[in-house]
Design a protein around this ligand. Structure first.
Ligand SMILES: NC(=O)C1=CN([C@@H]2O[C@H](COP(=O)(O)OP(=O)(O)OC[C@H]3O[C@@H](n4cnc5c(N)ncnc54)[C@H](OP(=O)(O)O)[C@@H]3O)[C@@H](O)[C@H]2O)C=CC1
Ligand SMILES: N[C@@H](CC=O)C(=O)O
Length: 393
């Protein structure tokens, strides 16, 4: 197989962009050179020679020598414009932008098909864990039933530090931002939106389902209090922000929510910025992949792997999507066991199909009950900041 020499035009030189630069230099094995890097702020100090940088995107997009655009910016709208123009100009594209991919997948697929250029995005889901390529290539014939796990490095870092090292939520959130793990808008991390974007991308490569992030239930970790942490400690639970999708016949369920898991659960041992993906399938049964889910070099390594794959003309074949049963649909009809902590009163018990435990005290109150996912996602009480919910696995 003859390998192509690639000329790269990179958009973004923040956490991931610099990570890519470092791994490309250190690995030295990929037939690719950076020609130009487009950034937003011309006056920011940069760790490498100024000659690489421009704020003019056309310098990259219209350069016939640049055959690969690597899109690593923190703005999904601008990223879509860059990526679509690159594809229209016949350039292969590598991206890490899960928000853009999850929200605009049909348009991106159309562009890829029309302009016959590869579009790869391994870094967009769980950074260094090669989950997309595995779903595409290895799980192309096994009967997958479920994909779940810890899909966000920042929140796993925050939860680990809060629980193991007793660091307060605002302090550890700031640390996650300083380390470059968090999104520019960290609400996306802490409210469970970023892992939901990743779940949408997984749904496509695991089951061939295209769905909009807004149709999937998410709840975050920002309301977790000392009371909740004490409850977890007393019951010997770990708390993880879990994203999960299940396939049952033609129906898919998916959600992202903080979850109490047993300390013996392998995901309980996935700590700090590490992510873990659990795959359940008919033949291979349970498998767990663990790796760093955020950070410069771990994410840069996934981007580098995509660039390397382009040297031998790799592209996703989207096999599950091509052969998808047209009746496959997302439903929110599962029933889940949920811990609900509230401060004063709670008056919506009728939303729950059963209540198995209630506790009130001067320090806080909780109950544990079972609720339908659709009822939970449509409820008004969930918007009350004094109420926290944690699923129980
Ligand atoms: N951080 C991580 O661990 C991971 C991040 N990702 C994704 O990778 C992408 C980049 O994230 P990250 O590196 O953390 O972000 P950063 O905020 O660290 O860097 C963003 C970069 O994008 C540049 N930029 C922003 N808008 C534009 C624009 N319109 N044109 C050109 N450049 C622009 C900024 O320029 P300037 O330097 O001038 O401000 C900056 O260099 C995001 O989509 C993120 O979700 C994916 C996996 C892991
Ligand atoms: N903000 C994200 C970065 C990687 O996708 C995370 O913390 O997981």
């Amino acid at each position: 197989m003859t390998k192509k020499r690639l000329k790269l035009g990179i958009f973004g030189f923040g956490c991931v962009g610099t990570g890519l630069y470092k791994v490309l230099e250190e690995a030295g094995s990929v037939e690719a050179n950076i020609k130009k890097i487009c950034i937003k702020h011309a006056d920011k100090p940069r760790p490498i020679n100024k000659k690489y940088f421009t704020t003019d995107k056309e310098e990259l997009l219209l350069d016939p020598e640049i055959n690969v655009i690597v899109e690593l910016i923190d703005d999904a709208k601008a990223a879509f414009e860059i990526v679509s123009k690159a594809m229209k100009n016949g350039k292969a594209v590598v991206s890490a932008n899960k928000k853009m991919i999850a929200e605009r997948l049909p348009e991106l697929l159309k562009l890829e098909q029309t302009y016959k250029v590869p579009f790869l995005y391994e870094a967009s889901v769980c950074a260094s864990i090669p989950i997309i390529r595995n779903l595409e290539e290895y799980y192309d014939n096994d009967l997958l039933t479920s994909v779940s796990g810890i899909f966000n490095g920042s929140t796993n870092f925050i939860l680990t530090k809060m629980i193991n090292d007793h660091v307060s939520y605002p302090v550890v959130l700031k640390e996650a931002q300083e380390k470059g793990f968090a999104e520019s808008d960290p609400t996306l991390d802490v409210e469970g939106i970023d892992p939901k974007y990743k779940l949408c991308i997984i749904l496509f490569h695991a089951f061939g389902l295209i769905t909009q992030p807004k149709d999937i239930f998410n709840f975050g970790i920002s309301r977790i209090s000392d009371f909740d942490l004490n409850f977890a400690q007393q019951r010997n639970y770990a708390i993880k922000l879990i994203a999960k999708c299940n396939k049952n016949g033609n129906e898919i369920t998916g959600f992202c929510a903080p979850t109490f898991i047993e300390k013996e659960d392998p995901l309980a041992h996935v700590k700090y910025e590490y992510n873990g993906v659990v795959l359940e399938s008919a033949f291979s049964e349970n498998q767990l992949m663990i790796g760093k889910g955020a950070g410069d070099k771990p994410t840069g390594s996934a981007v580098l792997s995509d660039i390397s794959a382009l040297t031998y003309d790799y592209k996703y074949e989207n096999k599950k999507y091509k052969h998808v049963d047209k009746n496959l649909k997302l439903v929110n009809n599962g029933t889940y066991k949920v811990y609900v902590r509230y401060n004063d009163t709670f008056s919506n018990f009728e939303d729950f199909s059963s209540i198995e435990e209630k506790f009130t005290s001067p320090y806080g109150n909780y109950f544990i009950g079972s609720i339908n996912l659709e009822t939970l996602s449509q409820s008004q009480w969930i918007k009350n900041k004094n109420i926290n919910i944690i699923f129980i696995s």
